[in-house]
Design a binder for this molecule. Structure first.
Ligand SMILES: *[C@@H]1O[C@H](CO)[C@@H](O)[C@H](O)[C@H]1NC(C)=O
Ligand SMILES: *[C@@H]1O[C@H](CO)[C@@H](O)[C@H](O)[C@H]1NC(C)=O
Ligand SMILES: *[C@@H]1O[C@H](CO)[C@@H](O)[C@H](O)[C@H]1NC(C)=O
Ligand SMILES: *[C@@H]1O[C@H](CO)[C@@H](O)[C@H](O)[C@H]1NC(C)=O
Length: 512
């Protein structure tokens, strides 16, 4: 047997085995894609021009998919808006949309391309999955015609959805998910009438899927994990980084740890829009991550993961509720983090213990710095309240962070470099929720895999001195039930969610 035949036969037998037995591990891939954008013209392009642009993006995705498959990946995730880009109106996105059927139709577009009308993008994705024997996750746009028999039918006689699709390793469409929590400015798309809980089973575990801004809300994200017990989340995103607490790699890896699932995050690569940060995150620590504000190139990441990772249980209040709170008193000062007003206390010594409280939340920190520099200030902050800018969501946050300058008024502002390493830290809080996401972000927006852990009594604890200076150590808690304000019911698609106001060129959204 010549070597290439040997390789084919070995690959084939592995493939056959994979179909009958369940795999303990699998190889995941995510691709951070530098999307080719359409020209910024407000008038709609022809369907041919739209397809030509999508094919240019698909050429790049094809390179990543074939490379991932050659390295043994079972599944690859590509970003939200990765096939046609961003910045559309309802009309200008229309030529890019295809009618996407539900997976119950049992369809392999590669084998039967004309069964549901003109669907060249679904055909190409299906063939990429089939020809490379790999699950392919992509984000495209779905259109569903409607008429006056439906009182909610939009003016142009169609619904348009931001849609994730998954094709299995035979090219079959196995999942379709319409994004629930559209971000402000996504008015080219409609919110589905009901939240869609989309899962599928494989030999390497149970998968759930959602998109970008969905991660901040209960449905479908938390429901997929809590009630449907998925092992791995597939997460296409077009995520704009916001420091100190909402950079992509930081928040997505924290969600994986807080929820106890694998998390495959694929972001667009567009440094001008602050979009970068993709990763393969397991619940215990990130396996791969990528953050790159310097180059224009895409990036393929691969890693092996456990198919069914262990989910530890944490009581997020247990440790902190046993500590006697020393009053912060006159040392406390106010500071603003992403439009939210925190109470801070300055970390004065090279080592110390501090408590800071706001409303129902008290945060406790014990720490030891490697050195106490005169050119840097760190603070411990607490926030307990409804966040109302760029979305409405109730937060409880305990955070150790580097202040932007040595002026205490700057604490909470975005800063991406630091000089102070920490020998040790322990952060905890009296959280009123079981949904707390532990973040550690180091200088130059880097993660700290394996450098910390969460204990069952709810402490975020360092395991060793930090490998780089520290930007922030944070417990990011979400109180989903309190998103409802003034006793109004949970916000639904039919209700106006945000009132956009432009104040000094910063876009706010107000909640009611
Ligand atoms: C977005 O589109 C508008 C008009 O449709 C255009 O003026 C603007 O430059 C575009 N922005 C980007 C970043 O392409
Ligand atoms: C309106 O839509 C409904 C359901 O989508 C369909 O059954 C009906 O034929 C449509 N009516 C017209 C006039 O197109
Ligand atoms: C968590 O710990 C606190 C304090 O020890 C205790 O009161 C509470 O019942 C615990 N919660 C759960 C869900 O076990
Ligand atoms: C901080 O608290 C820990 C344990 O509660 C104690 O061992 C340590 O001495 C304290 N450190 C300082 C600087 O007060």
């Amino acid at each position: 047997m010549i070597p290439s035949q040997l390789f084919v036969s070995a690959a084939f037998s592995v493939f056959c085995v994979a179909k009958v037995i369940s795999l303990d591990t699998f190889i995941a891939a995510v691709y951070e894609h530098a999307v080719i954008l359409p020209n910024a013209i407000p008038t709609p392009v022809s369907p041919e021009e739209a397809l030509a642009l999508m094919n240019r993006n698909l050429d790049l995705l094809e390179g990543a998919i074939t490379a991932a498959a050659k390295q043994g990946a079972h599944i690859i995730v590509t970003p939200e808006d990765g096939i046609y880009g961003v910045n559309f109106t309802r009309d200008s996105i229309y030529p890019y949309l295809e009618d996407i059927p539900g997976p119950q139709v049992n369809w392999i577009p590669c084998d039967n391309p004309n069964r549901f009308g003109h669907t060249p993008v679904q055909e190409r994705l299906s063939c990429l999955a089939k020809d490379n024997a790999i699950y392919v996750v992509a984000n495209i746009g779905d259109k569903k015609p409607c008429n006056s028999s439906d009182p909610q039918c939009p003016p142009h006689g169609r619904y348009q959805y931001n849609t994730n699709v998954v094709f299995d390793s035979q090219g079959k469409l196995v999942a379709r998910y319409h994004k629930q929590n559209l971000f402000m400015g996504e008015e080219q798309f409609d919110t589905p009438k009901e939240v869609e809980i989309v899962t599928f089973d494989t030999a390497f575990g149970k998968f759930g899927i959602f998109t970008c801004f969905d991660i901040l809300f209960h449905d479908p994200a938390v429901t997929l994990v809590k009630d449907f017990h998925v092992n791995t989340i597939l997460f296409p995103a077009a995520w704009m980084n916001v420091l100190p607490h909402l950079s992509a790699i930081e928040f997505h890896s924290a969600w994986a740890m807080g929820m106890g699932v694998n998390f495959l995050a694929s972001n667009l690569h567009n440094p001008l829009k602050r979009m970068t940060g993709s990763g393969i995150y397991a619940p215990d620590f990130p396996r791969r991550f990528h953050y790159d504000m310097k180059t224009k190139e895409g990036k393929l990441l691969l890693s092996q993961l456990d198919s069914r990772p262990y989910r530890p249980t944490v009581n997020w209040t247990s440790y902190a509720s046993g500590i006697e709170a020393l009053p912060t008193g006159s040392q406390g000062f106010k500071g603003t983090v992403f439009f939210d007003e925190y109470i801070f206390v300055e970390l004065k010594g090279i080592t110390g213990n501090y408590t800071v409280c706001q409303k129902d939340l008290c945060c406790h920190l014990s720490y030891q710095m490697s050195e106490k520099r005169s050119d840097e200030v760190y603070a411990l902050g607490a926030f307990d309240g409804l966040h109302t800018a760029e979305g409405c969501y109730y937060l409880q946050i305990c955070t150790l962070l580097k202040c932007k300058t040595t002026d205490l008024k700057s604490c909470g502002g975005s800063v991406d470099t630091a000089a102070t390493r920490f020998e040790a830290f322990s952060l905890s809080g009296t959280f009123g929720t079981q949904y707390v996401f532990p973040e550690v972000l180091l200088s130059e927006v880097q993660l700290a895999p394996g450098e910390f852990q969460v204990t069952s009594d709810g402490r975020l604890l360092s395991l060793r001195p930090t490998s780089r200076p520290v930007l922030t150590v944070t417990l990011f808690g979400r109180l989903y039930d309190k998103d409802e304000t003034n006793g109004s019911p949970r916000l639904t698609a039919a209700m106006p969610r945000v009132l956009l106001m432009v104040i000094t060129s910063v876009v706010y959204s107000l909640c009611w």
